[in-house]
Design a protein. Sequence first.
Length: 154
Amino acid sequence: MNNATNILPADSQLSEHFLLTEFTRSATALRYRIDNTPSAEVVDNLRQLCLHVLEPLRRRFGVIRITSGYRSEPLNRLVGGARHSQHLRGEAADIHLSSESQARKMADYLRQHVDFDQCIVERRLRNGCIWLHVSYVAQPGRRANRREVLRLDC
């Protein structure tokens, strides 16, 4: 998926409040020496995700902490990501949240004000960690955004 001629600096601005590095950094990739450099197409998808979903959330709720963005295929396999995960195409990001209440407010805001593909409130049962998976399909002809809201306990 990588193309050396299309590599942007990690500190490249994707939108007003988001940098490329927020979507590509990974402790797992560093630990296992996995290249997690996105292609130009993936960067374009990340930019659209920022503009259409994450910036509206940022304007409404303040600073957003991205815990997972783009994942190369080897990284996605290693972290147990879905085989056809939108993270592979730069169409998804996971946002760390402090409470389930905050997750519900963000999901409600998306449902009412933003075009998006998926919004999944996820809660890890063993440690109570809560995050919001958000995605956006920007490529013409791929398919329309589903505006699907789900909740998962894992």
